[in-house]
Structure formats: structure tokens, C-alpha cells
Design a protein. Sequence first.
Length: 501
Amino acid sequence: MSLSRRVASNAVGQIAGRLITSTLAFVITALLLPRHLSGEAFGIFAFHLSLYQLLANVIDFGAGTIVVREASRRRAEAGVLLGSLVLLKLAVGVVGVALLLGVAMVFEGWGLRLALLAVAALHLLCYSPGGTAAIFHVDMDFKWAVRANVAGQSGWMLATAALLLADVTEPAAYLVAFAVGPVVTSALSYAWARRRVRIRFDGGRAALAALWHEAWPAGVSMSLASVYFFIDTAMLRPLRGELEVGRYRAAYAIMTFALMVPVLFSQVVFPVYSRLWAKGPAALLPFHQRSLRLLFSLGLLVTVTVPQLRHEIMALVYPAGYASAADTMALLFAAVVLVFCAYPHVLALLSSGNQRAMMYLSGSAAAFNVLANLWAIPRYGMLGAAATTVATEAWVLLLAMWAGRRLAGVRPELSLLLRPVAAAAAAAAALAWLLGLLPGDASALRVLVGVAVGALGALLAGVLPLELGGEAGAPDVLDAADVPRGAGMGARESACSEPPP
């Protein structure tokens, strides 16, 4: 299988899986709970859910990224690396549970709600065995991770449906239902990873210390990035109240659909970045420029088209009371192209071992975001939080481009970006003209037209079909289906069989 085909198939599979999981999450958090819970109760749910998501990103503390990077280069050591990752994530998970309990006691006091939140907080410990899914990233064989995630999200949906049928109105109960998802996902990931590699816990303190030495700067960086990505929702509650939290969360949830594209694409290509960087910056640069052109093209199309449909999207998805979040959603989408463009530069920094530079970058962004939100949220509410998000992502992109050029030897080729800019401008103008011809109350039709215009814009930009170059950077291992059953230690460590369906 060629590298472009491998990346494309894995990216499409990842996106399809994320569409399923995001749709399930969207149905729960955007369609079901806002209609079943009161505005205040949904705000409480959204507040704690944001903290869970923040800590879910922090719990890895950069170790998973380092394991993928190092195991991509030294596949035979994957078992020891994964064992160290499990132990490290368990330790960080215990700290995370304690933090969640502290926040719950401060905001909710003693009682049944606190007890339910304590049960829900324990889900953080499940991310420890779930970290073994890193082996699917190393081998660029993501279907098992996708299946585990879909199963976990389905568990969340079933648990939520059971509570809805029982007419439960306590928001903390729905957070316990959320916790079902990580439990199922982690159990399946661990079971299937063990079929692919022997997970070893005999590396001792030396292996843990080596992993920690590499991981902690990346961990601090990712923790700070999570702060500036999720903290605005948490800050809205004490500064503006539960109702504003719910409205902002609704707008933010729509933006996360777009952001899954660079997130999942980056997961697929990070092992390629790591293998190419081992050969030097010159080997990485062509692949980096193609990746940047692809993400810039798609991100710009989203940024110039979706805001034109903000009222239609809000009307289709949410109850009428959430219509006031339409302008907030439009402003948030200005950050999409910035986030898309930042990812390739961040990958270059991480694959080249510049975790400390990422730590300083994320630290400055987090500090700016918190200070700006303290000023903007009391004055402008959720619009202020959205504007702060856009400004923060612009700062991150500028710093990532500068650091990537200086430390990793990568840079954008501006001439490659001219055609995507022209395609996006044409798509934006065409959509504005077509929307003027359509009835204003035909929300579904207007959104479908927007999707069609965006797809045509991607074709005009020349990023489809996907072409990322030759075979350099492809995994130096067999496809799982090519490994005979019963094979011993060889091209793959303990890759004797595929996980069962």
C-alpha cells in the first residue's frame, strides 16, 4: 500500500469513526440534554464535562506522543515503552481524580450530586490502560482504535438513553453516563493492543525516567494548550452564569466538528513526520509542505463558508433559545483556519524533539488566553470568549511558524497556497450569491448548498485526490493482515495476529 493511500485510508477511516463518535456526542450534548435538562442544569453538566475533557487531554502528559515518536523509529522497543506509558498515565490519573473531586466540592457542596461526580471522576483512571492504543498509531493501522472509540461512545449513548427513559433530571447522573465511554474504549484498546505487541512492565525505573525526561515538556505544553482550549467554558460560569455556559458550549460543539479534521490527520501522519525527521529536515520538508497545503485549503474553506450559514445551522441543531449563540459560532470559526495551519508546524517541532519550545509556546498562549478572558468575558460574555479564542490561535500559529522554521527547518511555500486562496474566495462569493437566491426559511436546503459549494471549493483548490509523495516515512513493518498467525518476534514484536472484530 502506498504512503498516500495509507494516509488517505487511515485518515478517512479516522474521520468516519470520529463522525460517528462526534455525532453520538452531538446528539447527547446538543439535541437531547439541552431539551431535557433545565438551562441551569445543562450549564452544570457542560461545566464539569469541559473539565473532564481538559483533564483527558492532560492525563497523557505528552507521554503518548513520545511513545509514538520513539516506537515509530524503534518498533522492537514498543512493549517496554507502552508499559511505561500505562504506569505514567495511572499516576497522573490519580492526581486528576483528586482535582476533579476538589472542584466538585467547591462548586456543588456535599450531597448526592457530589457522590455521583466522585464516581464519574474515576473514569480518568481508565485512560491508563487505554494508552496502549498508541501502538495503532505507530503501525498506522487505526481501525482498531476507531472501533474501540465507537464502542465506547455507543456505551455513553446507551447509558444516557437509559437515564432519559427514567426521566432523570440530575446533571451529575449524566456525567456518570459519560464515564461509561472511556471505560469501554480503554478495555477494548488494551485487549486489542495485547494481540499486537507484548506489553511489558519490566522496564523498571530507568525506562520510566527516560520516558518522563522526554515527555514532561510535551506534557506541560499539552496541558497548557488544553487550558487555553477549554478554560473559557470554565471561566464563563463564575463570570457570567450557567445559561451563558450552555450557549457558548453549543456554539463550541459545532466548531469541534471541523477541528477533528486536523486532529485526526495529524494522528495519522505523526509517525511519518517522526521517521522522516530521523533522516533530516530536508527529507521532511516536502511532506510538511504538502500537509500544510492540504490543511490550509480545507481550513480556509470552512472559515469562509460556515459563518454564512450560522443562523441556519443553529436553527437546525438547537432549540430556539440557543439562537443567540449564532454570532458566537461564526466568530469561533474564524479560528478554524488558524488551527488547521498550526498543526503541521507543531508536528515538526514534536517529531524533531523540540518539546521545550512547544512548552514555552503553549505557556505564553495559555497566559494570554486567561488574562484576555478575564477582561473580555465580564464585558462581552461569550462573544468575548470567542474573540479571545481567535486571538490565541493566531498567536499560536505565528509562534509555531517561527519556531518550526528556526528549530525544525520547515517553512511554508507561499506559492503553493495561492490556488487554495483563490478557490476559497470563489467558494465564499458563490455561496453568498446562492444564499441570496434561496428562501430564508429553507435552513436545511441552504446548509446542503453550503456543503456542495465547499466540496467544489476543495476540488478547485487541487487538494483532492490526496497526494503526499513517495514511500519515504511509511512504516517499516508489514500490514497486520500480512503477518502470519503464530509468528514470533520479527518485523513486528509479537504481531502474531490481528485483534478479533
